[in-house]
Write a protein that binds this ligand. Structure first.
Ligand code: AMP
Length: 400
């Protein structure tokens, strides 16, 4: 963000994909709040801001006659809220390219904001169409990408548009800078011992992450349904737990690679099991490799939670992605809660702790512990890919 924005029109890609209720009122404005510092910085420097974002998936949810449901997916729903937050004039144009957008952008004065209509009203957006991106680019003097949540997509407004600005006229916003800085700090030369915690439902979704963790972790803790694929690979009985039978070989190979690399892998030695996948299930604790038929592991057990927490508390760097169990149901939320609290406790003792990606973020927020860890990422899929070591197209387009 160290560009001079005075008298410049900054074309800023934000992630305003916020949840709306039936009356189109914003139910959670976290994403808007996250973009405010970048917008305000540009305005304070005497620049003006042209905001572009997507909202939902309008082209996958067309009206019966094949037209776009503009009423539902318009970004106009956000204008009032933005005015209140920014305390400045926020104009809106019901297109993101074309004559009206060009005119409104040209008329924009320093200190003012223009919100463009949903970029996903055009199929060209997700296709990363060059011509469409060029039209977006023509609206501003400087391009700012502050939408970390979509940085893993090579869409027109997140990536291709940046090709039309030279390196002196494009930059990351504060939110993107923080995400990149924190994830890089966690992955590159982290203070040891490093504990990586992963959970969630599928090994197939997390195997690349697990393999990347081998580069720098001292301990890898595996919770969630994923753990049962590992137990099955080790010839344990996992009852009716969720497993990926076609991933047993991958699981076995991973354990061997970890052993060869000298990385300790902790699987949950016991599990809180339910007789059905439901909040009112009967509950029993079983060793995770001896779960009887008719029972499924739905959370790490009390003994596993203690050893996971102990490893986390002894660490200087912790990266956590994915819940330990079905935390949405209170009876199966304890493992995730214990891990979140251990992260908070490690942070208090000076560790760098980062929670990145989807559901573990939701869990930390639900437990009101977000402020007690060092960094909570806003980008689910994007952070997962970043941690997997992939070069995200939205980042590459700025860095050149
Ligand atoms: P993911 O999107 O892969 O991070 O997975 C998150 C989802 O995994 C959450 O909705 C959890 O409820 C679910 N989950 C975690 N542990 C289990 C488990 N042991 N069995 C079934 N689902 C689980």
């Amino acid at each position: 963000m160290n560009l001079d924005f005075s008298n410049k029109k900054a074309l800023v890609r934000v992630d305003f994909n916020v949840p709306l209720d039936k009356e189109f009122k914003i139910t959670d404005d976290t994403r808007i709040k996250a973009a405010i510092p970048t917008i305000q910085h540009i305005l304070e420097q005497g620049g003006s801001v042209i905001l572009m974002s997507h909202l939902g998936r309008p082209l996958s949810k067309l009206n019966e006659d094949g037209s776009i449901n503009r009423e539902k997916f318009t970004l106009k729903h956000l204008v009032k809220h933005l005015r209140r937050k920014l305390k400045t004039r926020v104009h809106f144009v019901d297109d993101c390219i074309g004559k009206a957008a060009v005119k409104k952008a040209a008329e924009l004065k320093p200190g003012e904001v223009l919100l463009l209509e949903n970029t996903r009203f055009y199929k060209e957006e997700e296709k990363g169409d060059e011509e469409f991106a060029k039209k977006l680019a023509a609206l501003g003097d400087i391009y700012v990408n502050d939408a970390f949540g979509t940085a893993h997509r090579a869409h027109a407004s997140t990536t291709i548009v940046a090709h039309y600005f030279d390196k002196y006229h494009k930059t990351f916003g504060f939110l993107m800078e923080r995400e990149i800085e924190n994830a890089t700090r966690a992955m590159k030369d982290p203070e040891k011992p490093v504990t990586c915690v992963t959970g969630g439902s599928k090994v197939s979704d997390k195997i690349l992450l697990l393999e990347k963790f081998l580069d720098y972790a001292d301990n890898i803790l595996i919770g969630g349904a994923m753990a049962y694929t590992f137990f099955l690979a080790k010839k344990g009985s996992v009852g009716n737990s969720l497993v990926e039978e076609d991933k047993l070989k991958i699981a076995k190979e991973f354990l061997k690679k970890a052993k060869d690399a000298g990385v300790k892998v902790l699987l949950p030695r016991d599990s809180v099991c339910g007789d059905k996948f439901a909040a009112d299930a009967q509950v029993e604790v079983y060793p995770s490799n001896q779960i009887p038929d008719g029972w499924m592991g739905l959370d790490i057990g009390p003994s596993a939670a203690r050893s996971f927490a102990s490893a986390i508390r002894k660490s200087k760097t912790v990266i956590w992605n994915g819940p330990m169990g079905v935390f949405e149901m209170p009876v199966f939320a304890n493992g995730t809660k214990v891990v979140a609290k251990a992260c908070a406790s490690a942070t208090r003792k000076g560790a760098f702790t980062m929670v990145g990606g989807g559901d573990s973020v939701a869990a930390v927020n639900q437990l009101k512990l977000a402020k007690k860890v060092s960094f909570v990422s806003t980008g689910g899929g994007a952070m997962l890919e970043f941690l997997e070591g992939k070069e995200l197209p939205g980042i590459k387009a700025i860095n050149g």
